[in-house]
Every structure is written in C-alpha cells, then in structure tokens.
Ligand binder design. Structure first.
Ligand SMILES: C[S@@+](CC[C@H](N)C(=O)[O-])C[C@H]1O[C@@H](n2cnc3c(N)ncnc32)[C@H](O)[C@@H]1O
Length: 298
C-alpha cells in the first residue's frame, strides 16, 4: 500500500492483512501517531516439564549400581516460552513502527500488566530509554474480585516518542476532568476542572451501551479520544495495526484526523465495516464491506 491512497483521496484506509506486510509497505517517517493494543495469545503453547531426581528406596527410576531415584517435577517452562514467542512476534512490528513514525510522532502501546515489563525492555532498546515518556495506568472497576490478592483492575499504556526534544503534546486540547474535592479549590478552578494525570479512571465499554460492538477486546472510545487529541494535530495520520473493532479509527474520524487500520481477522473487519457504515472516503484493502453490509459502496 502506498500512502497516496490516504493523501490524495481518502480520510482512511482499512486493511485486512498481516500488519507486518502493511508496515513494511509504508514509507519511513510517514505516520504521526500510532496506537496498538496487541493480543496476548500469539505464542505457541509449549509445555516443557523440568524434572529433578533424588535418592529414594521406592523411586520410579533405577540408576547407577541399582540405586533407586524418585523424579520430582520442578515446574514447566511453558510461561517463559510463551513470552519468548510473543516478543519474537512483536519485535519486528515494533521496529517497523519506529521506522514509519514521523520525527515528531508518538507511539502508544496498550498492554496487560502481565506482559508490560517485557515489552518495555524491548521498546527501550528500539526507541532508546530517553524516548520513554509515560506509563499510563488505565484503571477500571469491573468483573470478579479474587479473595487471595488485590484484584487487578488496570491496563498499562506505554508512551514512547520518536524525538524526546520535539513531539506533539496538545496540553490545551486535553479534555479536563472534575476535581475529586472541588470544594477545596474554589469555584473557578472547580468549573475548569483539572488536567488528567498518568492514571486514567475510565469505565470499560458498557455492556449494554450504544458503543458496544460485540468485539471481545474492544477498548473504550474515551481512552482513544484522549490519546488522539493529546498526541496528534488535526489532519494528522493515525495508525492502529492491531485494530480489532476499529476504535482508534472512530476517534480519529471524530477528531478530524486521517487513519490507517489493519487487522488480519475478517471478523474484526466485519465489525469495523458496520461501525463505519455510511462514512465516505474510506479505502478498503483486502476486504469488501458490502460483503457484510449487504449494500454497495461508493
Ligand atoms: C486486542 S485486539 C484490539 C482491540 C482494539 N483495540 C479495539 O478497541 O477493538 C487485537 C487485534 O489484533 C489482531 N491481530 C493479531 N495478530 C495480527 C497480525 N499479525 N496482523 C494484524 N492484526 C493482528 C487480532 O485479530 C485482534 O483483532
């Protein structure tokens, strides 16, 4: 895909493809903002059991001079194998993301608390530690509460910039939020609200709300709006190469930014097609929205 598609005629391109293929086709330094929310299920599920043997009269193994040994299972390497595979999957995509990002561009990587530290080490190596700007905690309050630990109720969003000396951060555009104790700050400040910090309280996509698409990993539009508003200018090009239900594209469209969405799952593309039904000026790559919507497109 060339970017002419976006520059000349379109406000957005939506692609059914492996994201590595699309990333490799994009020119260097051509994208202003990237947000990704990669799935954590790409590693091969290998189970390698580690054993230790100890001397035992009723052991299950016989060794030197007929001595008997008992095997003890120490644990499995399954956990670390899955992470190795996951990082091997992500790394070439993160390298490409760094290449296509404009000199003033920002990169948001949405992660689960079980994987974020692995990814941060990788991103430090690719972007440089000085390019790390924030770790945003998205805190929500939904679902079960285990009784044997603090119930985990947050996601982590890492923010890296291409150039820490010059990047877009529209502090005055960011929607302000209410003070927790407005009585303590006076009526004028209370009316203006305050700037959000790196901890964002936001509900998950409401189960019965209009925003719900049915795509299982859909992220709230409010989170993406805040990212797009803060870290890109109107007319900028926003890329999400793990697009899922297309939330990033909706935020970009609402805020007057152009966008590229990529997902390799036809079910995701079907959801995106329904979400963008009636929007003109979109280029579809590898997918015909009419196959889902049942009517033609322009
Ligand atoms: C966690 S979901 C993203 C959800 C999205 N943020 C939303 O709000 O709906 C991750 C997506 O990555 C897609 N994906 C996984 N591997 C991919 C690949 N190699 N190329 C393109 N998309 C991929 C999956 O199909 C899935 O839809």
């Amino acid at each position: 895909m060339t970017l002419d598609v976006i520059n000349a005629h379109a406000i957005g391109a939506i692609c059914l493809a492996d994201n590595l293929e699309i990333l490799r086709s994009l020119p260097s330094e051509s994208v202003d903002l990237i947000y990704i929310d990669p799935p954590f299920n790409t590693g091969k599920d290998q189970q390698r059991v580690q054993l230790k043997t100890v001397r035992s009269e009723d052991g299950d193994r016989v060794g030197f001079q007929g001595r008997r040994y008992q095997s003890i299972v120490l644990g499995s390497r399954r956990f670390s194998d899955v992470f190795d595979d996951y990082l091997a999957f992500l790394e070439p995509r993160l390298i490409e993301a760094h290449r296509v990002l404009a000199p003033h561009g920002s990169f948001y990587v949405h992660m689960d608390y079980r994987e974020v530290h692995y990814c941060k080490v990788l991103l430090d190596a690719i972007f440089g530690r000085e390019s790390f700007l924030n770790e945003i905690i998205w805190a929500y309050d939904y679902g079960g509460r285990p009784k044997n630990r603090w119930p985990p109720k947050h996601d982590n969003i890492l923010l890296y910039v291409k150039n820490p000396a010059e990047y877009v951060f529209n502090v005055d555009e960011i929607e302000r939020i209410p003070y927790m104790a407005p009585g303590l700050v006076g009526p004028e400040k209370a009316a203006r609200g305050k700037l959000p910090t790196d901890t964002w309280w936001h509900t998950i996509v409401p189960t019965n709300g209009a925003e719900k698409t049915g795509y299982p990993t859909q992220k709230p539009l409010g989170i993406l709006r805040r990212i797009v508003q803060a870290s890109s200018r109107p007319g900028a090009l926003v890329l999400d190469f793990f697009a899922g239900s297309g939330t990033t594209g909706i935020a970009a469209l609402e805020l007057g930014r152009r966008f590229i969405l990529v997902d390799n799952n036809p079910e995701a593309l079907a959801v995106i097609a329904r979400r963008f039904d009636g929007v003109e000026g979109i280029v579809w790559v590898g997918f015909d929205p009419a196959s889902v919507l049942g009517h033609g497109r322009d």
